[in-house]
Ligand binder design. Structure first.
Ligand SMILES: *[C@@H]1O[C@H](CO)[C@@H](O)[C@H](O)[C@H]1NC(C)=O
Ligand SMILES: *[C@@H]1O[C@H](CO)[C@@H](O)[C@H](O)[C@H]1NC(C)=O
Ligand SMILES: *[C@@H]1O[C@H](CO)[C@@H](O)[C@H](O)[C@H]1NC(C)=O
Ligand SMILES: *[C@@H]1O[C@H](CO)[C@@H](O)[C@H](O)[C@H]1NC(C)=O
Ligand SMILES: *[C@@H]1O[C@H](CO)[C@@H](O)[C@H](O)[C@H]1NC(C)=O
Ligand SMILES: *[C@@H]1O[C@H](CO)[C@@H](O)[C@H](O)[C@H]1NC(C)=O
Ligand SMILES: *[C@@H]1O[C@H](CO)[C@@H](O)[C@H](O)[C@H]1NC(C)=O
Length: 331
């Protein structure tokens, strides 16, 4: 009899523990997720933002560190997925690229703001002639992406950049675009992207075959500025936020999130408040400008087979309606 009671008690304790882990985003192996406070001396933000309900690990450190990226990958399940959603079979490339970086820190050590107000600046043509620059510069954290320039567009998009997400085919190669105060984050979509970073930081030559567009052949950023995004963030964007299927029929190209949605996912993990600017497409006019810079038009976006723009627009509409984010590019 006593044996039964002990067994029941122990299984209740175990069940409680499993539930606790599920509810609080730790895993059953007892390894807590790598939290930001692990590497940042800043006070954690104690109040939970509304969008935290969308995330499984709301407080995870979003960048990989050379010393423990294998453990990080195991904890977040990234060792179960190939790129762009995980590290499986690309560990050697991650290790090489990470070995060339100087830091995996999130914020500056002097940064003491615990609950951050962030703005994610999309590259949409909707930013043209809106004069949102000053407003954008007023946020604690400003996240930009790809080659969306600040230079000569200060009035439209502001001057400051805290983070800039990039990949080899989208990164600036002209030094005039480097802001030494900004941290740039490689979102790796294929093993070659990591090899590319490693080779550029080793002063190697780049073999351009295997890229979908000519990649940058030089890097304007210094190693202290560069981070590698944990693929976990891209996976969260694809599966948890956009609800992409885990596999696509053979005759269809697999869809991946755009850098814009990846940037919002990153913001959800490091910010308390998230505002958006420049996330609007005008599909009713294929000749309208795609970006606030350059000459590309909307017709380019409709040809894109790699993204699911419909799913992304629905997602944006949803998070705006639920007040998880604020849309700055109102008309
Ligand atoms: C922005 O303003 C410029 C000059 O005022 C004008 O030529 C251009 O058409 C405007 N663009 C948009 C998208 O309204
Ligand atoms: C970088 O930050 C420093 C200190 O905040 C500031 O004085 C400087 O103007 C910034 N540089 C650029 C290019 O924004
Ligand atoms: C570049 O890579 C491709 C495929 O990996 C290979 O076939 C080619 O010989 C390489 N070119 C150079 C110049 O190394
Ligand atoms: C989209 O472009 C068309 C044609 O230029 C314009 O009439 C319409 O107002 C635009 N829609 C939005 C939502 O900006
Ligand atoms: C955009 O088009 C104008 C006029 O056709 C051209 O002068 C300019 O170089 C183009 N800009 C870019 C970034 O391609
Ligand atoms: C794109 O996403 C929408 C909404 O989730 C879905 O209905 C549609 O089937 C998707 N299209 C493709 C080509 O995956
Ligand atoms: C932002 O607000 C404007 C005006 O209400 C709307 O047209 C636009 O589609 C919104 N952006 C997104 C991403 O929903």
């Amino acid at each position: 009899m006593r044996g039964y009671l002990v067994a029941i008690f122990l299984s209740a304790v175990f069940l409680y523990y499993v539930l606790h882990c599920i509810l609080w985003g730790t895993n059953v192996y007892g390894v807590p997720p790598i939290e930001m406070k692990h590497r940042n001396k800043i006070q954690p933000c104690l109040s939970k933002p509304a969008f935290a309900s969308l995330l499984r690990f709301p407080q995870i450190h979003p960048f990989l560190c050379v010393s423990d990226f294998r453990n990080t990958a195991i904890v977040t399940g990234s060792d179960q997925f190939y790129l762009p959603y995980g590290t499986k079979r690309s560990e050697a490339y991650f290790k090489l690229a990470l070995s060339k970086l100087q830091s995996c820190d999130l914020f500056d050590e002097f940064d003491k703001v615990p609950c951050k107000r962030c703005v994610v600046v999309g590259n949409g043509g909707v930013l043209k002639n809106k004069s949102l620059g000053e407003k954008i510069d007023s946020y604690d954290v400003i996240i930009r992406m790809n080659n969306g320039p600040v230079l000569e567009h200060e009035e439209e998009v502001g001057r400051r950049t805290t983070f800039r997400l990039f990949y080899p085919e989208s990164v600036f190669s002209d030094q005039s675009h480097n802001d030494p105060n900004s941290t740039v984050i490689l979102a790796a979509f294929k093993p070659l992207d990591l090899k590319w970073l490693f080779e550029l930081l080793s002063n190697g030559k780049i073999n351009t075959s295997g890229f979908w567009k000519k990649p940058a052949l030089n890097l304007i950023y210094q190693p202290y500025q560069i981070r590698i995004l944990d693929p976990f963030i891209i996976r969260t964007a694809a599966f948890e936020l956009l609800h992409f299927p885990k596999s696509f029929p053979k005759n269809q190209k697999p869809k991946h999130p755009t850098t814009g949605i990846i940037a919002i996912t990153l913001a959800f993990h490091i910010c308390h408040e998230v505002h958006l600017a420049g996330f609007k497409y005008n599909f009713s006019d294929l000749n309208s400008p795609l970006h606030y810079y350059g000459n590309a038009t909307m017709s380019l976006m409709t040809k894109n087979a790699y993204h699911n723009v419909t799913a992304e627009q629905l997602f944006l509409k949803d998070i705006i309606e639920k007040n998880f984010v604020i849309n700055l590019t109102q008309d």
